[in-house]
Design a protein around this ligand. Structure first.
Ligand code: GUN
Ligand code: ZN
Length: 440
């Protein structure tokens, strides 16, 4: 069978590593008239258009599908490192703080996901929204119900997406209709891992909700599952809210701090990621770094729920892998552009402003690294899976006015993260194929 090739032309930008606080010039590549050559869904080549064309076999080029996006930015698809698909309808629910918001809105909404039809319809909606916002990979919480994982994985598989999810484990301190047990969690997780983990581009993430809603026995099970295979992931929550932290202290009095609860149960290490991580001690930061445990920075959620201000510069300076995350539905938007804007504002509180280059790194390669998926996605190095987005930086009157005669790369990146929204996502491609295009 003949191989499928695509040639994509535009303003190509991708990252090779974290630009840091000084915007290291060798951390990214930018070709104003650039191109990607894609072969069977993977990047075969990337570079300046004229050079790439000159070095490519003529017969191959003649048979390639051409996408000419000249003038528009082309970046790797964005990575949302922490979000909850069953909370799609919880966004914008008036919040006091975390624990009330969970009880008043989130738990009742999640109870509905026992119904496979509700789960499927919501998974479809959620993935439609993600792709419209340019997010092509996400680490996603399902609910306690196995049906919720089947629905999400099925939807993601049909769309050929690289996605992570898992069944929430919670066997205490939650309403009766949302509780599992150690035995039922083990049975469900083992079944779901066998059914979905490693199928096409899907991976299973062991998902104890957070320390207060699991017994020590259930956290032990989660740690054993994580250790049972070399490529399983773990996601949970850590140090989001001061009342939550005090609660954890009272539930696990023998543990030194919140992170120590997870350490005790074998839940730190490669492919583990914790949402929020706001109120961490120096000892916790050091242990996250040493163990390779990643943090998901959820600025819009942290502002919405009044949780606090994650110090990204400090965490990155401690060599912790950090990804950016919407935390739908504690977060207020599906948009990683708006999330970058909120991250910038939170960084200003610490007087260490997040540069546009670093913000876009976080939303792409940084997220892939935080999820330990950078061997597959995150930039345009040869062999990577060709998930990419095409951005229209002039998509609104405000952006058009702001960027008139000033659309150099840095101004454009920054204006989009402050003023941009879904209208900036012109097109989304998965494995080279165009699967979402803006309506007008
Ligand atoms: N901590 C435990 N569960 C949740 C959740 O669903 N959202 C947020 N923001 N924090 C949590
Ligand atoms: Zn969360």
């Amino acid at each position: 069978m003949q191989q499928r090739h695509q040639l994509v032309r535009g303003r190509v930008l991708h990252f090779l590593r974290d630009p840091g606080e000084q915007d290291a010039a060798d951390s990214f590549q930018y070709w104003p008239d650039g191109a990607l050559l894609i072969s069977e869904g993977r990047i075969a080549d990337a570079g300046p258009y004229a050079e790439l064309k000159a070095r490519t076999n003529e017969a191959l080029l003649a048979g390639a599908e051409i996408f000419d996006y000249s003038g528009k930015l082309i970046l790797p698809g964005m990575v949302d490192t922490h979000c909850h698909y069953p909370q799609s309808g919880v966004i914008a629910s008036f919040g006091r703080q975390l624990l009330d918001w969970l009880n008043d809105y989130t738990f009742p909404a999640e109870a509905a996901f026992r119904d496979p039809e509700i789960a499927s319809a919501t998974a479809e909606y959620f993935l439609d929204r993600l792709l419209a916002h340019g997010t092509t990979t996400a680490s996603v919480f399902s609910t306690v119900h196995r049906e919720s994982v089947d629905a999400f994985m099925g939807s993601a598989q049909r769309r050929k997406l690289r996605m992570l999810t898992g069944k929430v484990m919670m066997d205490r301190n939650a309403p009766e209709n949302l509780r599992d047990t150690v035995a039922s969690a083990e049975r469900d997780c083992v079944d779901l891992i066998a059914r979905w983990h490693g199928k096409d581009r899907l991976r299973y993430s062991i998902t104890p909700r957070f320390a207060p809603t699991s017994t020590a026995a259930q956290l032990t099970l989660a740690g054993e599952l994580y250790a049972s295979r070399p490529d399983l992931h773990v996601q949970s929550h850590l140090s989001e809210n001061l009342d939550e932290i005090a609660w954890v202290k009272s539930l696990f009095p023998d543990c030194r701090d919140y992170l120590d609860v997870y350490a005790h149960h074998g839940l730190l290490g490669p492919r583990t990621i914790y949402g929020h991580c706001i109120h961490l001690s120096q000892a916790e930061l050091a242990l996250m770094s040493r163990s390779g445990t990643a943090a998901a920075f959820c600025p819009s959620s942290n502002l919405f729920l009044g949780s606090g201000f994650f110090n990204h510069a400090e965490a990155a300076g401690s060599d912790i892998r950090v990804g950016l995350a919407t935390d739908v539905g504690g977060g207020t938007s599906f948009s990683m552009l708006q999330t970058m804007g909120e991250a910038y504002k939170v960084s200003q509180v610490h007087q260490r402003p997040l540069s546009p280059l670093r913000a876009w790194f976080l939303a792409t390669l940084g997220g892939a690294q935080a999820l330990y998926l950078d061997e597959f996605i995150g930039n345009f190095l040869p062999g990577k899976e060709a998930d990419f987005i095409v951005l229209d930086a002039h998509a609104s009157p405000e952006l058009e006015f702001r960027l008139r005669n000033r659309d150099n790369l840095i101004e454009t990146l920054f204006a989009m993260m402050i003023l941009g929204d879904e209208r900036c996502i012109h097109t989304t491609h998965i494995l080279g194929e165009r699967i979402h295009a803006r309506m007008c």
